[in-house]
Write a protein that binds this ligand. Sequence first.
Ligand code: TA6
Length: 280
Amino acid sequence: MSAIDVLHLASDTSSATVSPFGAHVLTWAPVGERPVLWLSPGAVMDGSTAIRGGIPVCYPWFANPATSISSHAGATSPHGLVRTATWTEEPGGTESERTFTHVHRAGDADGVFPHDLRAQLRVTLSEDLLVCLTVTNEDDHPVRVDAALHTYLAVGDVKDVTLEGLEGCTFVDTAEGRERTQVGEVTFVGLTDRLYDTEGPVVLRDPRWLRTITVDKEGSATTVVWNPWLEASQALGDMGPSNWQDFVCVEVANARKDAICLAPGESHAMSMTLHVDPLE
Ligand code: TA6
């Protein structure tokens, strides 16, 4: 297979690369800053499989469809249909803003999601990165969808990173298979795979790279936090043996019980803003 198309975007204060394959933001950084998104050195960039790193778009179901209440019909692959689809770029894009569309029809993908839907992903650069996913039900009946911007944030070392903003939030601990409440800031000491109930922002503090990354959001009731740690990362063929230390996923989502039920003709927008500050 041939290499996927990669588009270059820039504002006065930041730059990014984006591919129509998956409407995938691959890289983004403010001018003079280290990469803010982690992209695996082993990422497969030929369109044969999902890209590891950047911002995969997960939709219309999240993770294992067996645990999703979205309106799928016995799907088996994780994280939906669109991260391995080539989206159509809309006309009128600028150097700092591009929009991509994905249309799904009931019979597509062997009927595993038998509903008519349209998704639009807009990527806008300023000193921040803004990514907005809008989903529209084009069918004649209600449809339930999960969605996640599965953002891989690049860090100096995951073992030193903390997340603020989730204190007191309830979460499903997928790694431990139970519900818990977050006490204090999030630290990373092993496999972490959690779905937090929150509509608020998260601040990642990185003492190695002396910066914070603020993940702000609108239209999202779930924040997923994931790092595979050593053992689970070895089962992933598209990252190196020590790469698990190089990222934390903080994912703006509506997943599982927060899956969005769209009436016929209804749209829902979910957006994420990334902002970088020096660590004080
Ligand atoms: O968002 C967290 C998660 O669902 C984890 O359970 C983990 O498996 C991860 O996504 C990566 O999934 P992937 O299909 O990209 O390997």
